[in-house]
Structures are given as structure tokens and as C-alpha cells.
Design a protein around this ligand. Structure first.
Ligand code: SF4
Length: 450
């Protein structure tokens, strides 16, 4: 059998695709790069906003046509598969195999069943599963927990991924060792809310101590996403400050700058609490890079509430941000209880916030001109005379191919900056990769948190 997987959504979905692909390979299935070559196409879905759901409908529509023309096994996995909305879609488009995020290891049973196989159970086996390391990947993902115990009113994740379950630290370290052995130079620890790692188990380290343990692995760069301001303890901040190979970069979603809106979102913190956490981080971690997520146009957000988000943005001076207009998702409390506002208002506010973001990103990136950054170069850029990658602060960066001919870690002097890109000159070769990475541009990506 030849299988092709299509992945939408966040890094967690990319990791889950790897989990299922490794299962398929173990079953003797050949992975192919295009739908046209495949007997089995599996779509890993996202349910975070309306747009990714529309994309899934379009893809399944095309696959149903192909199925009628030449026969094809069609599968659906990921967050949308866990929802009634997704199962309605699966029924309509004649999906054969459907696996919720908790039932990924049922792929073998599904293929053996030779009939329609749908599984939405949250099974424990997924937490103990250690996939083989992906080959030829410099920057790898490592899931440390699944699910979430928060209940933000706009968020569908607690429905689709269930309650928080932290993986055993020994399994995390074993998987990390296999990534290091396979040549990874950077690992991103993944979870819906990594800061609360271990809180659902007895005797597990907290996230700060886990970071210290991961730091001992010797992997050159460690990142993590996503964080929740409510659980960002002093111990985590200290662990970041004192562990050299933990990148001094924090992605800390704020979502809104208005206490009224934060309350309606169920975010459990106030603007003041958030700003105090930022201040604490900056007091202990020099040269810290910070990004965030913001939802604009949440129900009942007034112009004044929105201006509080803008003023918070100016107060923090983020290096970058993911910004979205509110998307009312069926199955969420906000969908049930709050009326959505006209799209024009949301879009107009989003455009204003994007201008603030561009302003600060340009200013912050320009301040790096003349300074050194550490770059993980992953491969050739669109522009052939450059290699592309990202810094320890997650800035996209371009280096001349003549100075950085192969992927790896380089120190570089920043010579030019735009709001979205740094251009550098190599000052030191830190570590070059022993292989040429697979593909550079991964499928559709979005921020892990909503
Ligand atoms: S937004 Fe993040 S923290 Fe809140 S419920 Fe969703 S996944 Fe959990």
C-alpha cells in the first residue's frame, strides 16, 4: 500500500502526522509525496477556526471524486475528526478511516479491518508511545503533554484533545536522545500549555525542572510552545535564565489587553498579572525575545477594549505576533453565549493592530543591526543566493549561501532588517549538519495556541 498524509494546523498536528507515518512504515506501508501516487490518503485536520475546516471540506470533496474515479482509501484524523461537525463532514464525503487525536495508534487496526473504521476514544497508549526519530530533520518537535485543563471560552481544544496528560519524563528524555542521535540541532517541546507540565501527575518534575533535565541532553537549542501566563512560574523563568541551551525566546499568548474581554474569554489572568510576568522575565533574562497571540473582535469588545489591546502591545513591544479575528466555533462556550460582531469591524481592528505590529517588529529588528545572532540554517531560500533559517529569537533570517553553504548553526552579524526578516553576515560556523535536510517549507502552519 502507498499512503500520503496531508497536514493542516499546528506543530502538534505535524508531530501527530509523524507518529502515524512511523506506524504506517512499521506496517510496511510506503509513504509517497503526492495524492496521485497513493492508494490511501489521510488528512490531518484542524478545527481552531472556520477557515481550516473549509479547507478540509474542499480536500475531502476532491478525494471523494478521485475515489469514485479510481478507488481510494480516505482517512481523516486530528481535531476536526473528534467533533460532531467533523464526523458530519466525514459521513458526507464518505471517509473510510477516522481517528481522533487520542486514537492515533489505532491506524493498524483500521487498515486491518478492511471496512469503515472510526475511533474517537482518548487512549492511554499514545502517551507512552515513543516514535522513531524523523530522519534528516535539524529542527524537531517533541510532544511533552497532550490535552488542556484550561477552558478558554473561544477554544475547541479541550473538546478535541481532552484533559491534560503529561508524558513521563523518562520517555521524553529517551525520545530526545533519539532526536540528538539522528542529528537534530534544535528541539521544540510541544504542548497546549507546557507551563503546567507535570501538574496532572504525582512525582513528576514541573516544567522548569523538566527544562533543566532537557538542557543536560546537550542538544544545542531548546524551544517550547505554547505557554499560558497563568502557569508561567518563577521556577520556569529561572530555568530559562540559567540553562544555556534554552533559547531566550518566549511565545506568551495574551489574546487581549482588556480585563473585561480577558474575563469573557475565561483566560484567568488580568492585564496587570500578564505585564508583571513579562517584567519578571525581562528582569531575569537579558536580551529576551517575546512573541504573542491576539484575538481581535471578541464578542462585546468595544473600541476602548480594543485600544487596551493596542496599548498593551505598545507596553510589551513584542518582537512578533500571531493575530487573528475572532472565529465563532460550534461547541465552544463563546459560540453558545455571545453574539459575534460584524466581520468588517473585526477586520478593520485587525488591520490597525497589524500596523502596530509592523511598527514594533521593524523597530525591534532594526535594533539588532550591528549585533550578533545565532541562526539555525535549514536549507536553501527561495532566493538562490541565500540560505534561510531562524534565530534563537525565532526571527526568520537569510545568510549568503557563499558563507553558509550547508545547513547548521552559524553566528551572524545582522546587517539589514525588515519587519519580517533579518539579513546577516556569518561571523562563526558553530555546527554544520551532517546531512541535507528534507524539505524546507512545511505544510500549512499556525500558532499552536488558538
Ligand atoms: S486557548 Fe490554549 S489554554 Fe485555552 S483552552 Fe485552548 S488550548 Fe487550552
Amino acid at each position: 500500500m502507498k499512503a500520503h498524509l496531508v497536514t493542516y494546523g499546528c506543530q502538534m498536528n505535524e508531530y501527530d502526522t509523524h507518529v502515524v507515518e512511523s506506524q504506517l512504515v512499521a506496517l510496511g506501508v510506503e509513504l509517497v509525496k503526492a495524492v496521485e501516487e497513493a492508494d490511501f490518503v489521510l488528512v490531518n485536520t484542524c478545527a481552531v477556526r472556520g477557515k481550516p475546516v473549509d479547507k478540509v471540506r474542499a480536500v475531502l470533496g476532491n478525494l471523494r471524486k478521485t475515489k469514485r474515479e479510481r478507488g481510494l482509501l480516505v482517512g481523516m484524523m486530528g481535531c476536526l475528526a473528534q467533533l460532531e461537525e467533523g464526523q458530519e463532514i466525514a459521513k458526507k464525503y464518505d471517509v473510510d478511516i477516522l481517528l481522533g487525536p487520542g486514537a492515533l495508534l489505532d491506524i493498524g487496526a483500521a487498515l486491518e479491518s478492511n471496512k469503515r473504521f472510526w475511533s474517537m476514544a482518548f487512549k492511554d497508549d499514545i502517551h507512552d508511545f515513543v516514535p522513531p526519530a524523523p530522519q534528516n530533520k535539524l529542527s524537531a518537535h517533541l510532544t511533552i503533554q497532550r490535552g488542556c485543563d484550561h477552558h478558554c471560552t473561544y477554544c475547541i481544544v479541550p473538546e478535541t484533545r481532552g484533559p491534560q496528560v503529561s508524558r513521563h519524563p523518562d520517555l521524553i528524555l529517551r525520545e530526545l536522545d533519539s532526536l540528538v542521535e539522528a542529528g537534530a540541532l534544535e528541539v521544540t517541546l510541544l504542548g497546549q500549555n507546557v507551563n503546567s507540565y507535570g501538574k496532572d501527575q504525582t512525582g513528576y518534575p514541573d516544567f522548569g525542572d523538566l527544562l533543566r533535565m532537557v538542557g543536560k541532553s546537550g542538544i544545542p537549542r531548546i524551544k517550547f510552545t505554547t505557554s499560558h501566563p497563568m502557569d508561567f512560574s518563577d521556577n520556569i523563568i529561572e530555568a530559562i535564565a540559567e540553562t544555556p541551551n534554552v533559547c531566550k525566546f518566549i511565545h506568551l499568548p495574551v489574546q487581549s489587553g482588556s480585563n473585561k474581554v480577558l474575563k469573557q474569554m475565561g483566560r484567568e489572568y488580568t492585564r496587570e498579572w500578564y505585564l508583571e510576568r513579562i517584567e519578571k522575565m525581562r528582569s531575569l533574562i537579558p536580551r529576551l525575545f517575546i512573541s504573542t497571540d491576539i484575538i481581535v473582535g471578541f464578542p462585546n469588545e468595544t473600541e476602548d477594549d480594543f485600544l487596551e489591546t493596542v496599548s498593551l502591545y505598545d507596553a510589551v513591544q513584542y518582537d512578533s505576533a500571531f493575530m487573528f479575528i475572532y472565529s465563532a466555533r460550534p461547541g465552544t462556550p463563546s459560540y453558545k453565549h455571545f453574539a459575534d460582531m460584524p466581520k468588517e469591524i473585526k477586520t478593520e481592528r485587525l488591520n490597525r493592530l497589524i500596523e502596530r505590529q509592523k511598527h514594533w517588529s521593524q523597530l525591534k529588528n532594526s535594533r539588532l543591526i550591528g549585533q550578533e545572532v545565532e541562526c539555525l540554517i535549514r536549507g536553501a531560500a527561495y532566493e538562490p543566493s541565500f540560505m534561510e533559517g531562524h534565530t534563537e529569537g525565532n526571527h526568520p533570517v537569510l545568510l549568503p549561501v557563499a558563507q553558509a553553504p550547508v545547513p547548521g548553526i552559524y553566528r551572524a552579524l545582522v546587517e539589514h532588517a525588515t519587519p519580517h526578516m533579518l539579513f546577516g553576515k556569518v561571523t562563526e560556523v558553530v555546527k554544520q549538519a551532517e546531512f541535507m535536510p528534507m524539505q524546507l517549507h512545511s505544510p500549512v502552519f499556525s500558532s499552536l495556541d488558538l
